[in-house]
Design a protein around this ligand. Structure first.
Ligand code: UDX
Ligand code: UDX
Length: 467
């Protein structure tokens, strides 16, 4: 296999954008082309003003600033990039199917298939095609079949190279990954392709951190890694409810179990529920795959992680209603945080939207504030749920640019995202402008509850209860 000089990535999203930027930074001799059918998104990646990049990630602006125009290019010219590059990453989205067989569970692979067909149509030289999107096991087989049967007779090697970066720490995770996983065929050509990709990562990742497997192991590992992480969150969240009923403190329990080196301290933060583009989707996928092999006990086991998560979001909202004397109708409730976690502007599957939906069903008047999520996105998310007319969402929800405005005249403040700035607010000032009694519902366990109590707030913290 000759040296790779040009690589491209189809899909300039949360994964494709940052991953390619770091590859470009670490491989100045390789030209990296990031292409996307969404012209608006590409324009944003090319914006002179680096604060306008479509993906907010700490440190990303700096990396893009260093490489863009030198060896990192963003464009909508998908065909040109396919033709030029020896290695093609596919990083398009694979949402849960909203129709047909597997609706609500299976991954919708239509964008992946479209990419494969486009590559097959355009390519006139041999290509290495790298699956970056999270895919159900054995998708590589489908890709191979499309490429072989519709292509121009050129050779393709398919690699699976799942991404383990977490949003909010994407650049850090890419710069110093726990491991890079590359799955490929056991044939000599497959092994050569694996080496070509390993060389690119080898520019900055230690050899012993680059794991190679067969394609199926690699595909399944991505789903499984996310399922295990989400399972930890659901496990601690299940205990949070028990803590609230028994007087145990979930933070203390988490610390006590996390110091057991076999369990470890990470991913034991109790929360209003996990969100993000991956956890739910990947577990649903795992459940669907298990079911399709007739493995019903396996499917039920993993599905429970999601059921627990749904329960956590619902019970958080229900507790707000119950505490506010069983009615929130017409009451102003401030929601601080809309992103699915801190340090990202991503709102996919955010717990906030489900909590908002429950409160809107009770006719609450919501005042939303998030430091990074634009107003329009809040309404896109609410409208997507399809629970009520878009006009009603507009009537009952106001998005504020200022957190103090959001809390003004509110009966309660609910913390949905763990943004650091929430801890530093002038809570006395917030209290002074709220209706009394003033309630705080901390869905992320981040606030200094004794301090809030001293001010006069009535407080609830997840896993501690009404304290
Ligand atoms: C990624 C992975 O690809 C997904 O499988 C994983 O589970 C979550 O993370 P992400 O980068 O977050 O997805 O998705 P998104 O931000 O939606 O970006 C995908 C991009 O692909 C979009 O900009 C979209 O316009 C583009 N796209 C989609 C194409 O260019 N061509 C298509 O045919 C479809
Ligand atoms: C996840 C995986 O971590 C990453 O490896 C994979 O590539 C994509 O999916 P991401 O979704 O970006 O990354 O965020 P993550 O940090 O895993 O958090 C997911 C959700 O779990 C968030 O809503 C977060 O707030 C929640 N969470 C996480 C908790 O509620 N408690 C915890 O202790 C940890």
């Amino acid at each position: 296999m000759k040296d790779i000089k040009n690589i491209c990535c189809i899909g300039a999203g949360y994964v494709g954008g940052p991953t390619m930027a770091v590859i470009a930074l670490k491989n100045p001799n390789i030209n990296v082309h990031v292409v996307d059918i969404n012209a608006q998104r590409i324009a944003a990646w090319n914006d002179e003003d680096l604060s306008k990049l479509p993906v907010y990630e700490p440190g990303l602006d700096e990396v893009v600033g260093q490489c863009r125009g030198k060896n990192l290019f963003f464009s909508t010219e998908v065909n040109k990039a396919i033709d030029l590059c020896e290695m093609i990453f596919i990083s398009v989205n694979t949402p849960t199917k909203t129709y047909g067989v597997g609706k609500g569970m299976a991954a919708d692979l239509k964008y992946i298939e479209l990419c494969a067909r486009q590559i097959a149509e355009v390519a006139t030289t041999d290509k290495i095609v790298v699956e970056k999107s999270t895919l159900p096991v054995r998708t590589a087989q489908a890709l191979k079949s499309i490429l072989k049967n519709t292509g121009n007779g050129v050779n393709y090697e398919i690699l699976s190279n799942p991404e383990f970066l977490a949003e909010g720490t994407a650049v850090e995770d890419l710069m110093d990954p726990d491991r890079v996983l590359i799955g490929g065929d056991e044939t000599p050509a497959g092994q050569e392709a694996i080496q070509a990709l390993a060389t690119i990562y080898g520019a900055w990742v230690k050899k012993e951190h680059i794991l190679t497997t067969n394609v199926w192991s690699s595909e399944l590992s991505k789903l499984t890694a996310n399922a295990f992480l989400a399972q930890r969150v659901s496990s601690i969240n299940a205990l949070s409810e028990l803590c609230e009923h028994t007087g145990a403190d979930v933070n203390e329990v988490a610390r006590a179990i996390g110091t057991d080196s076999r369990i470890g301290p990470k991913f034991l933060k109790s929360s209003v529920g996990f969100g993000g583009s991956c956890f739910q989707k990947d577990i649903l996928n795992l459940v669907y795959i298990a079911k399709s092999y007739g493995l019903h006990e396996v499917a039920d086991y993993w599905e429970q992680v999601i059921l627990m998560n749904d329960h956590q979001k619902r019970r958080f909202a229900a507790n707000i209603v119950k505490t506010l004397y069983n009615t929130v109708s017409g009451k102003k409730i401030a929601m601080l945080g809309w992103a699915f976690k801190k340090d990202t502007n991503d709102t996919r599957e955010t717990a906030a939207v489900y909590v908002a939906d429950e409160l809107l069903n009770e006719q609450a008047a919501l005042q939303v504030y998030d430091p990074k999520v634009p107003e329009a996105q809040v309404f896109v998310d609410l409208d997507y749920l399809n629970s009520r007319a878009a006009a009603d969402n507009k009537n009952y929800v106001t998005v504020q640019q200022d957190p103090y405005e959001a809390c003004k005249d509110a009966h309660a403040v609910a913390i949905l995202t763990e943004w650091d700035e929430f801890k530093d607010y002038d809570w006395q000032r917030i209290y002074d402008h709220m209706k009394k009694p003033a309630f705080v519902f901390d869905g992320r366990n981040i606030l200094d509850i004794p301090k809030l109590k001293a001010i006069g707030f009535t407080t609830y913290s997840i896993g501690k209860g009404n304290i």
